[in-house]
Design a protein around this ligand. Structure first.
Ligand code: NDP
Length: 328
């Protein structure tokens, strides 16, 4: 018997506890090529909010009455699969539960990089790879660029700030509140924007008086509009996410959108899985940066499977600094 969080109903606007239900589930018999995994760490991520809606996207929606899914790191406790043995630590997508039986092809043994296992859900996982490929490939950021990144105290944003500094760029990060801005500064950011203290446009104009070459968008809304306003000619925008709109049924409008034309801004959306085939390159470079201390991995840890929805909902209230994780 295992316990798994299920989608009880679809939210409209901000989800509530009512949308989730923790239920006992029977695990299937362990067939050939399968492993039983006891989860140790669960990832909660903003994109899961989109999966709670019944809409077509790059990942299918969660189904009412069915278990939720998400990234997880667990320990193999039983195996009928070649190459996987009890005790192996693995990364897989059967999160939001304590135990799972999964096919070996859906499981990746953690690379031996000498770091704690939960790092593969954060700085050395999806969020780190999003920062790495989004900044260096999608935005083609290069030394000397002035880089603005929103949600800079979060999982992706905090890595963007550190990578920008490690690569010789100027980093301007926005976050909500003085404590988070101090944290962003501690990561090496040259300037910070506290979007809760006043209009983003005004603060960004003061923080980047010469404008910006790159915008790494995690937030959308007023942050994106401010970035349009302050973009230098030929600026590159990596369109990563727009969390400000995930629970908002009325999409933002943009006062400065015509700047795309005048400043020849290049906007490119991306999904981190586009870079799946380049994960070796990511592990090599990011593994070194993490091991040397050049990139630090801040985490906010919520304990206990029963608190997983709270951890998830906390993402939309700024409850996390760095990667939000659930420890089982
Ligand atoms: P974070 O760790 O950054 O957590 C979310 C943070 O967003 C919060 O801590 C909060 O920080 C900030 N936030 C929440 N609501 C708002 C709001 N209304 N306005 C401004 N800021 C807000 O999450 P991730 O790093 O995992 O994700 C960051 C972004 O990247 C998301 O948009 C996500 O969807 C996207 N993403 C995209 C991927 C891709 O492949 N394209 C892959 C992974 C993530 P604060 O306290 O500062 O407000």
């Amino acid at each position: 018997m295992a316990r798994a969080w299920h989608l009880k109903s679809r939210p409209s606007g901000m989800p509530t506890d009512e949308n989730f239900e923790l239920k006992d589930i029977d695990l299937p018999q362990l067939g050939d090529g399968m492993v039983r995994v006891r989860n140790r760490w669960l990832s909660v991520d903003p994109y899961m909010r989109g999966r709670m809606n019944d809409v077509k996207s790059y990942v299918p929606p969660f189904q009412i009455g069915e278990p939720l899914e998400g990234g997880a790191v667990g320990e193999v406790v039983e195996s009928k699969a070649d190459g996987l043995a009890p005790g192996d630590l693995v990364l897989h997508m059967s999160g939001w539960r304590d135990e799972a039986v999964v096919p070996a092809r859906g499981v990746n043994k953690l690379p031996d990089l000498g770091v704690e296992p939960q790092k593969f859900l954060g700085v050395l996982g999806v969020t780190g790879a999003t920062a790495f490929f989004g900044l260096l490939d999608v935005a083609s950021a290069k030394p000397g660029d002035i880089v603005f990144v929103s949600a800079a105290a979060g999982a992706v944003g905090s890595v963007v700030v550190q990578l920008a500094k490690a690569k010789g760029m100027t980093a301007v990060g926005s976050a909500g509140g003085a404590d988070k801005c101090d944290f962003v500064r501690s990561l090496g950011a040259d300037q910070v924007v506290d979007y809760r203290a006043g209009p983003v446009l005004k603060s960004l104009a003061a923080a980047a008086p010469d404008g910006i070459d790159v915008y790494f968008d995690n937030v959308g809304g007023d942050h994106l509009d401010a970035a349009f306003a302050l973009a230098r000619n030929n600026a590159r925008f990596a369109m990563c996410g727009m969390i400000a709109g995930y629970n908002d049924p009325n999409p933002a409008s943009f006062r400065f959108i015509m700047r795309i034309v005048a400043a020849r801004i290049r906007l490119k959306g991306f999904i981190v899985f586009d870079f799946q085939s380049r994960m070796d390159e990511f592990y090599r470079e990011m593994g070194q940066l993490v091991a040397s201390g050049a990139v630090k991995a801040q985490e906010t840890v919520v304990e206990g499977l029963e608190n997983t929805p709270d951890a998830f909902l906390g993402l939309f209230q700024g409850a996390n600094t760095g990667k939000m994780l659930v420890k089982l």
